[in-house]
Design a protein around this ligand. Structure first.
Ligand code: T4K
Length: 384
């Protein structure tokens, strides 16, 4: 479909709708916490609000340790460093570029593993053939909040003595069977970026049930300081500020309300999109608990009559910023396509999804009326 056909659509939307528009907790609560920060003149370095939020989150996630950090990417870097990963690390290429950048930045070689075309997460049956004497770990990504096949991944890791980190950037407030995400692998890393279900402007957390690992990460995120002037580890600045924690505390109070809105939007999209030929709506039926933060449609050009890219363009022309997450895949992005050209062609399911997945706007700033319009545009476009 071209631009002229797009303009034939009879409906549009006045204000741009974005994927990733922040969900916000109580503004008043945030302001009163900020006042408190100013009165106490304590802005960073393990402040009161950071401590309070760590306590609340570890209780909520039913995990022993929750260590807040300045962002999810730093969380991944701290986790790989603290676990002393070396050489090669197995990781999906169907993820946000930060998962892989964190490894490369630490001097580790990402070894791309294909994903399952239905769950969009790492396919555990493809891991073993990638393991060699240089492999030190596996990073699974709970994409769209969909938990990885943790049992299989961790049993392979045990046999080959590999560390396991989960990138749980999308999976705050999700549960895998009986356990909250945050309790799997050696540790898990959350992102609390503004676009996430639970956000602190920028921010993230590492969670673990391993006391020693938690202590090491706490030291490392504060330059390796133990006490005032005693440095006992190689460290970095991974600290979260008090302002970030204030946003987190304000948002934490509204979690239920936010998930309710996300769920309403998800059900509404589902009602409309499941019946459309050419669109496969990604449902969360098999997940014990989820945050419904991502509305995923897989567009099949053959049956839909137009490609995912054409549909995204139509939506963008109508002020709806649908996204092609995570096109073209990490393996086809710089610097990996040049560094590891031999890894480009082994990922058929990743390529399949990179060409077809479209993410639609949801969250507090999207109403059911907006969803009606979005779905009508999709329906009309596929019929043209
Ligand atoms: N692992 C995974 C699987 C991840 O998805 C991410 C981050 C990470 C690791 C790393 O965690 P962090 O280091 O970021 O904590 C966005 C986010 O920047 C990124 O955090 C996120 N994943 C990724 C999925 O999405 P972009 O490049 O799509 O961002 P951008 O600037 O296009 O923003 C998305 C949309 O959100 C825009 O249409 C506008 C809207 N927006 C954004 C911001 C920041 C707002 O309306 N208000 C805002 O304040 O990466």
């Amino acid at each position: 479909m071209n631009q002229t056909q797009t303009s034939n659509l009879s409906i549009s939307i006045a204000e741009t709708l974005h994927v990733g528009r922040p969900n916000i907790g109580s503004y008043q609560r945030f302001l009163s916490l900020v006042e408190d920060i100013f009165e106490r003149r304590w802005f960073s370095n393990n402040g009161k609000l950071v401590n309070e939020l760590e306590f609340l989150l570890s209780e909520y996630l039913e995990v022993k340790h929750c260590i807040l950090v300045c962002n999810g990417t730093m969380g991944l870097q701290l986790a790989t460093k603290a676990l002393e990963l070396t050489g090669e690390v197995i990781v999906p290429a169907f993820t946000f570029i930060a998962t892989v950048h964190a490894l490369q930045w630490m001097g580790l070689k990402p070894i791309f593993v294909d994903v399952d075309p239905l769950t969009h997460t790492l396919d555990p049956d493809k891991i073993i053939s990638l393991i060699n004497e240089n492999t030190s770990g596996i990073i699974g990504v709970h994409l769209w909040g969909n938990p990885c096949a943790t049992e299989k991944i961790e049993s392979i890791a045990k046999i080959y003595d590999l560390k396991v980190i989960y990138d749980a950037a999308h999976a705050f407030s999700c549960r895998h069977q009986t356990k909250m995400i945050g309790n799997f692998g050696d540790c898990e890393v959350f992102s609390f970026h503004a676009t996430k279900f639970f956000q602190t402007f920028e921010g993230g957390a590492i969670t673990t049930n391993n006391d020693q690992l938690a202590q090491k990460i706490r030291l490392m995120k504060n330059f390796g300081f133990q006490g005032l002037d005693n440095v006992i580890e190689l460290g970095i600045n991974g600290k979260m500020t008090e302002i970030q924690a204030a946003m987190g505390l304000a948002c934490f109070e509204s979690l239920e309300e936010i998930v309710k809105i996300n769920r309403r939007n998800y059900e509404y999209y589902r009602q409309h999109l499941e019946e459309i030929t050419g669109i496969r709506f990604f449902n969360y039926d098999k997940i014990a608990q989820t945050n419904f933060q991502y509305i995923i449609a897989v567009v099949d050009a053959k049956t839909a009559g137009l490609t995912r890219d054409e549909l995204v363009q139509i939506l963008q022309d109508c002020n709806i910023r649908a996204r092609r997450y995570f096109y073209p895949g990490c393996h086809r992005s710089a610097p990996y396509r040049t560094l590891y050209p031999e890894q480009i062609t082994n990922l058929p399911n990743t390529d399949f999804l990179c060409e077809r997945v479209m993410v639609l706007p949801t969250g507090q700033s999207v109403s059911v009326r907006d969803i009606d319009v979005i779905c009508q545009i999709i329906k009309q476009s596929l019929q043209n």
